[in-house]
Design a protein. Structure first.
Length: 120
């Protein structure tokens, strides 16, 4: 079972503008901002605007419009950063084994350099 959504998690505060972030992209469905501790030359986080704890939560409860909007936003962020031709990596950690630290779904966008096999 998914834990209840915590309105006080860091990314909820970022969405509400209570904690500053470096905005990369925003639309009706998604917000993208630079990771505070980048693990690659490009390390951007994309989050849905809705209150979803994880990929599991999102994939079960989100509407088709929210899912489509979020997926398109991730693609746009990578495209706008010029990552498509050289290539990039997407990652979503989930739960204990995945090492998810912030309980609001986020997709990591890594790129800007050869990434090897590093995982975040
Ligand atoms: P996770 O481990 O949950 O997949 O990823 C959490 C990510 O959020 C980490 O890469 C971490 O550096 C980033 N992060 C944590 N707190 C903040 C913050 O306050 N601002 C920003 N921009 N990124 C954060």
């Amino acid at each position: 079972a998914t834990q209840p959504y915590d309105d006080d998690n860091i990314f909820a505060k970022i969405l509400r503008g209570e904690i500053p972030s470096t905005r990369v992209y925003e639309d009706e469905w998604a917000y993208a901002f630079e990771d505070i501790a980048p693990q690659a030359a490009v390390h951007t986080l994309v989050i849905p605007k809705g209150k979803y704890v994880s990929w599991d939560d999102f994939s079960q409860r989100a509407s088709d419009a929210e899912i489509a909007g979020f997926v398109r936003a991730v693609g746009k962020v990578a495209r706008d950063k010029g990552l498509v031709e050289p290539g990039y990596r997407l990652l979503a950690n989930l739960g204990r084994h995945g090492g998810q630290e912030v309980p609001h779904l986020h997709v990591h966008v890594f790129g800007g350099e050869p990434l090897g096999r590093m995982i975040a």
